[in-house]
Design a binder for this molecule. Sequence first.
Ligand SMILES: O=P(O)(O)OC[C@@H](O)[C@@H](O)c1c[nH]c2ccccc12
Length: 253
Amino acid sequence: MNASGDELAPEVRAIVDAARERPGGDTRVSVDARSFPDAVEQTVADGRIPVIAEVKPTSPTTEGVRDDDPVELAREMVTGGATALSVLTEPDHFGGTTDSLRRIRDAVDVPVLRKDFVVREEQLDTVESDLVLLIARFVDEDLSDLVEAARERGFQPLVEVHTRDELVAALAAGADIVGINNRDLGRLDVDLGTFEALAPEVPDDVLLVAESGVKTTDDVRRMREAGADALLVGTAIMDGDVRQNTHTLSTPT
Ligand SMILES: O=P(O)(O)OC[C@@H](O)[C@@H](O)c1c[nH]c2ccccc12
């Protein structure tokens, strides 16, 4: 499923073009991954809601840059009850670095998702992580091949979709962790109805993550009722006290 491109917001077009130019790693990585499904199960057993808290210094839809130490933010998120962390490694538009991912993964014991625009196999080799994001709309290679290439290296691929066609492609590619992104990358607006519309089409044995636009405990409840096994939250956690924000969103009300 290749990016057709024209319907993308200009900011997103620029991000994907830059991603295509980015080199891969020289040597193939081999990851000893921390299990995300186990972490989710443990959180639920503890009576809490699985939240993947995202370390996102900035983004095309955020004002300003948060320049606190990413490792400190990550630790606070884990103390606040994050089941896993998502770390942006995209350098040009999200203020991410592979180095902060490495340092964060060394500093915490929860699974860490590498959030980037990986479009080719060699780009999997730039840094180790427990989960790696593959955005169905953007991969240059066949999605099944990239899912397979990620698994061969030990990663748990999280395949992100936004439409029914992408969801069908993700399931056909054998994805067992699927993220439904509520943000439309064409227009950059967010609609939690996207998750509600697509979630019923996802088989029960797939771990389902609701991504983007979750701001309040009401939003959390809404996504859980629609079938989210976990929530991926960036902006609403990065804005203010990250420990408190993570705690609030992961505590059932
Ligand atoms: O800040 P939000 O609305 O809570 O969203 C987090 C996350 O879903 C979002 O950052 C995201 C979803 N898919 C992506 C792909 C690349 C970069 C970022 C993203």
